[in-house]
Ligand binder design. Sequence first.
Ligand code: NAG
Ligand code: NAG
Ligand code: NAG
Ligand code: NAG
Ligand code: NAG
Ligand code: NAG
Ligand code: NAG
Ligand code: NAG
Ligand code: NAG
Ligand code: NAG
Ligand code: NAG
Ligand code: NAG
Length: 813
Amino acid sequence: MAFTIRLLLFSSMFLLPVSVLAQTNGSIAVGASLTATAEGNSSSSWLSPSGDFAFGFWPLGNNDLFLLSIWYAKIPDRTVVWYANGDNEAAVAPKGSTVNLTANSGLVLKSPQGEELWKSETSVGVVANGVMNDTGNFVLQDSNSKSLWETFNNHTDTMLPGQTFERSGKLLSRQSETNYSKGRFQLLFQEDGNLVISTINLPTQFPNEPYYATHTTNGTVAGSEGKELVFNVSGYLYVLSENGGKSNVAVGDAVSARDNYIRATLNFDGIFAQYYYPKNSTGNVSWNLLWSEPDDICRSQPETSGVGICGYNSICTLKEDKRPTCECPTGFSLLDPNYPYGGCKPDFIQGCEEDELSGTKDLYDVEVLTNVDWPISDYIELKPFTAEKCNESCFQDCLCAVATFSSETCLKKKLPLSNGRVDMSLNSKAFIKVRKDNSTLQFPPMPNPDDKKTKKKSSNTLIRVESIILAASIFVSFMFCAAACLGFFFVFRKKHVRSVENILDSNLHSFSYQELQEATNGFTEELGRGAFGVVYKGTIQIGSGVQVAVKKLNGVIQDGEKEFKTELRVIGKTHHKNLVCLVGYCDEGQHRLLVYEFLSKGTLASFLFADTKPSWTQRIEIACGVAKGLLYLHEECSTQVIHCDIKPQNILLDDYYTARISDFGLAKLLMINQSKTHTAIRGTKGYVAPEWFSNMPITAKVDVYSFGVVLLEIIYCRRSVDADNSREERAILTDWVYDCYRGGMLDAVLVLDNEVQALDDRMKPEKLVMIGIWCIQDDPSLRPTMRKVVQMLEGVVEVHVPPCPSSHTTRTG
Ligand SMILES: *[C@@H]1O[C@H](CO)[C@@H](O)[C@H](O)[C@H]1NC(C)=O
Ligand SMILES: *[C@@H]1O[C@H](CO)[C@@H](O)[C@H](O)[C@H]1NC(C)=O
Ligand SMILES: *[C@@H]1O[C@H](CO)[C@@H](O)[C@H](O)[C@H]1NC(C)=O
Ligand SMILES: *[C@@H]1O[C@H](CO)[C@@H](O)[C@H](O)[C@H]1NC(C)=O
Ligand SMILES: *[C@@H]1O[C@H](CO)[C@@H](O)[C@H](O)[C@H]1NC(C)=O
Ligand SMILES: *[C@@H]1O[C@H](CO)[C@@H](O)[C@H](O)[C@H]1NC(C)=O
Ligand SMILES: *[C@@H]1O[C@H](CO)[C@@H](O)[C@H](O)[C@H]1NC(C)=O
Ligand SMILES: *[C@@H]1O[C@H](CO)[C@@H](O)[C@H](O)[C@H]1NC(C)=O
Ligand SMILES: *[C@@H]1O[C@H](CO)[C@@H](O)[C@H](O)[C@H]1NC(C)=O
Ligand SMILES: *[C@@H]1O[C@H](CO)[C@@H](O)[C@H](O)[C@H]1NC(C)=O
Ligand SMILES: *[C@@H]1O[C@H](CO)[C@@H](O)[C@H](O)[C@H]1NC(C)=O
Ligand SMILES: *[C@@H]1O[C@H](CO)[C@@H](O)[C@H](O)[C@H]1NC(C)=O
């Protein structure tokens, strides 16, 4: 019963807008009006001819307030692309408000009491009709169909394909996903042709120094300054310069505008991003991210000015999806409790007079934050210093609010703290003073505080400090390591409090050789052997014991210790669900070992080449996982990582058969500065790209090649080189597949069981074979990027017919 009702509700959500679709040609006559009533009343919106966009009243929360806006009418994800605004405030209308299309004033929004809330200020001319265009533009026209006013020229926070900005055009972020009031971020196409994003100093409109810019100004070449910001109908967003040049706002392939809804939005947290949403989708889809700028918003705010992304006294942390979160330090709270990007205020009064008045030195607790900085609040630099002296110096200085310490340098900072951010590259500590008791500021402390109370207070303090460490450790783990590792850190933290700092500093635990020897029971249980060393199973004795895989590196590490640490830091910073998580290392004498999480289901090789074939769906999921992991290594890490040895033996499977790439980052570590002679060829026969054998530079495309081979192996469940194969022409998988593909004989070689035949297009083997052939092109420039590969696998870009992988007639065996 309940299910039926839900189903009805659900389907009516889809059907209502569509049911009125037939009656519209998008044209709205003068005199027409809409009333703000409950959602779903067909009279409260006007649809575009295709039914893709609707103009009308959008209910906010509880259906008592409405927003005059434009939204996507066909998709269940509620996404507003324009909303009525005046003086950059959203025009919120109470229930029962009306909007009329009038000849002289264009759109007029009135409250039920007849008060005018908003109107479109049309330029001179008499409105003949309005048009809700299929592009998402609502246009007021005169009798000659000349545009008098349009929403494409009345910007809010979103750009749509077909929309163009002249100089001084801008987008303003909203307050939050659901609150359309003006937020703190602005994207401005400046008079000098530069496209910039900055925070603004509310309540003034003053923009701070930009944290993102296209730098499309006059520069050295006359005519290179931007003329227009163009979002063309194919979904490309670029700055068009005076001399006709195009400069893309972000790198990234476009998706088909025919098959997807596309928008670019300045999000409420200051991230400018392009999204797409597959049209005609029936499954569980939502908005997908195509690109976002800037890459690390917390660190991209210039250090010379501005209050920072999160406002004063706040701390900006980059989440895994590259969106920022803002948090107040302990003892501080949000200025506006509903607006996390608006900054924090101290919950206590701090100052020399106040400190003096209370007549005691023991006013503050000091809390320690790791790798947090407020770069432009310094008033003095002390050097050389120790961490203890730094803390002490700030503690005794009534002007000092916080001091940061790293590599012998102590920086004392005053309130308000600005530009707060977490920056893992700092390797610093921040000592922040938090007043112990803020309620008795005007009075001297109580003469005889009874013992019980003092005790309670100090235990409170302890808990607070503890919780900060806890919070910091959770937070660091979140940033960098998978949930598995989180558990590990967690347990570890409890047992060895001293080690915590160790982990926090580098995010990796440093083990002694002895510890690992014990953990692996003297290196007895071997899990596997690879180019870099032997892997042993082990158990770290914390809590109920955590299983790990310990890899003993056998290569010679050039440049010794420093290089090892640098590379470890890079590996330690990677975090992706398709990568194996590094937990720690040992660097003792000539012993170099890496400690990884233990994955229960072994390698892809043993899974794929076993007697029973895994299911097609499972295999495709694995292929997608590998592709995403590689995409992350190539494009989404702070330092690009080229794997150089992608093969099924290096892909592990976790409990849920999720593909997890291992051994990444090691190629560089062990091969530093080695020339590309044959002796130095990385990788494994059958998987290596041809550029290893030629003079071409080694780029991320070598991994694309190896991925292509692995993809074909996954499709066919056979090894790339099968020397035992009785038929010689079948020995090299890549050659054989292309021959079959060219000969139209794919079906003959694919074992088409029922499962495969029942699949939708996205998963069709032919398509996957084509992707594989694209990846194994001899010419690296013809191979797609991993991003493109992922998009092809996901079906968001079309897969074209691939050329012959080999430019020469003979292919090397
Ligand atoms: C749209 O339909 C209305 C009547 O429903 C008609 O008056 C108007 O001319 C049509 N406009 C176009 C552009 O076809
Ligand atoms: C909204 O729909 C109801 C019936 O569902 C109808 O009685 C009412 O007139 C509609 N409102 C407007 C303003 O047309
Ligand atoms: C949008 O139009 C309204 C009414 O004409 C005006 O008050 C507002 O400033 C415009 N906004 C922009 C960004 O042009
Ligand atoms: C707006 O439309 C309503 C309903 O059609 C009408 O009662 C009202 O007079 C109109 N107001 C104006 C200013 O045209
Ligand atoms: C209306 O949409 C069509 C395509 O649907 C487009 O060609 C035209 O330029 C749009 N008109 C305006 C004024 O945006
Ligand atoms: C949106 O935020 C502003 C400022 O914080 C607040 O005044 C307003 O009430 C909020 N609006 C809604 C609908 O929550
Ligand atoms: C760019 O430079 C040229 C000459 O170098 C000048 O004529 C032009 O006005 C400049 N444009 C802008 C937008 O400053
Ligand atoms: C949009 O821009 C891209 C990149 O400049 C270009 O390839 C494409 O042809 C353009 N589309 C249209 C419809 O102009
Ligand atoms: C979406 O569906 C409509 C009608 O059902 C059809 O005309 C259109 O071609 C479809 N578009 C795509 C991309 O499949
Ligand atoms: C839809 O997908 C999201 C994440 O992709 C998931 O959290 C959600 O449970 C899915 N919903 C359904 C009904 O499958
Ligand atoms: C004192 O601190 C508590 C919490 O730490 C806070 O709730 C309270 O508002 C503060 N009092 C003053 C006067 O700031
Ligand atoms: C900082 O200095 C204060 C005052 O001497 C002391 O109570 C506190 O324990 C120190 N904290 C750290 C982390 O060194």
